[in-house]
Design a protein around this ligand. Structure first.
Ligand code: SIN
Length: 286
């Protein structure tokens, strides 16, 4: 489906939005992320992130400080304890092919290739709500990222599976990486089906890279239910796939979408830089 860019109606914002899929993914144009945002543009971008769950900007030439200034418009920045920080801007961290390969070696014991759909910081009681990811060094081709509309994923379940998931909680175990960085944290659980506190949508919310386990079930039943979740995440109808180009930036709502990095670029030292946006401690549920 291809639609044209459209201005935001009823707003002073000058940004233009082009949906990429019916419910997930939109490209935003007519904005320079290197400049301070007007309140109208900020509000319009925030509304677009809530509506489309992930938005994309093209042809941006921003440095680390501008990247951080943009993200800071949407909440306090989160310093991840186990990712390598930028020397000057602690919340900024690299997502490098090298680190991804190391991480993959560790998680391969319990997650099969192609199954690594995840949300960020799901191990925390209050996970980060947003992420801004910027292209730094891209392979000539490949290295796309996929985001899944986790509300459509929920709606796509059969009534029988919805009933089996009702009231269930899932744990995510990230202790290996955290302890390796000298950080300790209890293992917490979250509802498998969460209600997004801003959109009211029901969200299927599991991180397959952090040994998910549904509490109170035999392991076999937990695995069977998680397979149902994964099957939904993998449905192309619920996804948007983004091909990075120099100058591309993605901004997503970690509460409404899960994502997956496509690793099809051999040994190329792909690098992106990411900043996570913290949620308010009040919102322990979402
Ligand atoms: C991420 O998981 O936040 C990074 C996605 C990517 O490397 O494409």
């Amino acid at each position: 489906m291809s639609t044209a860019f459209a201005q935001v109606l009823g707003s002073d914002s000058k940004i233009e939005i082009r949906p990429l899929q019916p419910t997930i993914g939109a490209e935003i144009g007519n904005i320079d992320l290197g400049q301070p945002l007007s309140p109208a543009d900020r509000d319009a971008i925030r509304a677009a992130v809530l509506k489309y769950k992930v938005v994309f900007f093209r042809d941006q030439t921003i440095d680390n400080a501008q990247h951080a200034a943009f993200a800071r418009e949407f909440g306090p920045l989160y310093v991840h304890p186990s990712n390598k920080h930028d020397d000057k801007i602690a919340p900024l961290h690299k997502i490098s092919a090298e680190d991804a390969a190391r991480y993959e070696d560790r998680v391969r014991k319990y997650v099969a290739p192609g199954d690594e759909y995840h949300t960020d910081t799901s191990w925390r009681l209050v996970p980060t709500w947003g992420a801004v990811l910027r292209a730094v060094n891209l392979p000539p081709v490949g290295g796309d990222t996929i985001w899944v509309d986790a509300n459509l994923a929920y709606e796509g379940l059969s009534d029988e599976v919805k009933a089996r998931l009702e009231g269930r909680y899932v744990t995510h175990d990230f202790l290996g990486a955290l302890n390796g960085s000298g950080h300790d944290y209890p293992i917490v659980s979250h509802p498998v089906v969460r209600t997004h506190r801003e959109t009211g949508q029901k969200i299927l919310w599991v991180n397959f890279t952090q040994k998910p386990q549904i509490l109170g079930l035999e392991l076999a039943e937990s695995r069977a239910l998680l397979d149902e979740v994964l099957r939904q995440y993998k449905r192309p109808e619920f996804q948007v796939r983004f091909s990075w180009r120099p100058g591309s930036v993605a901004f997503w709502d970690n509460r409404g979408a899960v994502h997956y990095a496509v690793k099809n670029y051999g040994d190329f030292p792909r690098v992106l830089e990411r900043i996570l946006i913290a949620d308010e401690p009040l919102y322990a549920d979402l």
